[in-house]
Design a protein around this ligand. Structure first.
Ligand code: RP5
Length: 181
């Protein structure tokens, strides 16, 4: 169901009888209400052809599922986990405590505190348990950071990241060119 909602958000066909490649990145979030933000990470990974899976896993509402997801991710071939949550956003930190995989945290703006609560909940990890925290609602950067991490041992992916950066640079140059000086 989550995958179907994601496909419709990304404007992809729902029908898909291709066997799915084994996911290298796990994108998890505390609630389906995080999906409008977290879909941006999935979009980046699709652009780079990195197979990923998307799951709703709540640290507070499904703690046993969070435990089994994090504890088994490595054995299933997951290499990076992107975890998004809002409010008392404990999911990224708890998952980082349960796996040796790199965890990227996305603070989701979900409450009256404008996302600062989520940011602080995710970024203020104790020494020894790192979570690479991106900016509030910036799941795009989480996807890009996952690609860079995988690029360390996947040179094709790394050169596609270099191309992505060149494309962003060219976009700025075109905008600068169009400015009346
Ligand atoms: C967090 O609480 C979720 O990650 C979400 O950002 C927030 C609100 O969840 P819902 O009440 O929308 O399910 O656990």
């Amino acid at each position: 169901i989550v995958e179907a909602r994601l496909k419709s958000m990304l404007g992809e066909e729902i029908e898909d009888d291709q066997p799915a490649a084994l996911p290298r990145v796990g994108i998890i979030m505390g609630s389906d209400s995080d999906l409008p933000v977290m879909k941006d990470a999935a979009k980046i990974l699709r652009e780079f052809n990195v197979p990923s899976e998307v799951r709703i896993v709540s640290a507070h509402r499904t703690p046993e599922m969070m435990f089994s997801y994090a504890a088994s991710a490595r054995q299933r071939g997951i290499q990076v986990i992107i975890a998004g949550a809002g409010g008392a956003a404990h999911l990224p930190g708890m998952v980082a405590a349960l796996t040796p995989l790199p965890v990227i945290g996305v603070p989701v703006r979900a409450s009256t505190l404008d996302g600062l609560d989520s940011l602080l909940s995710i970024v203020q990890m104790p020494r020894g348990v790192p979570v690479a925290t991106v900016a509030i609602n910036n799941a795009t950067n989480a996807g890009l950071l996952a690609v860079r991490l995988l690029g360390i041992s996947d040179l094709d992916l790394q050169s596609r990241m270099a191309q992505y950066q060149e494309d962003r640079r060219d976009e700025v140059l075109v905008k600068d060119d169009k400015l009346e000086k």
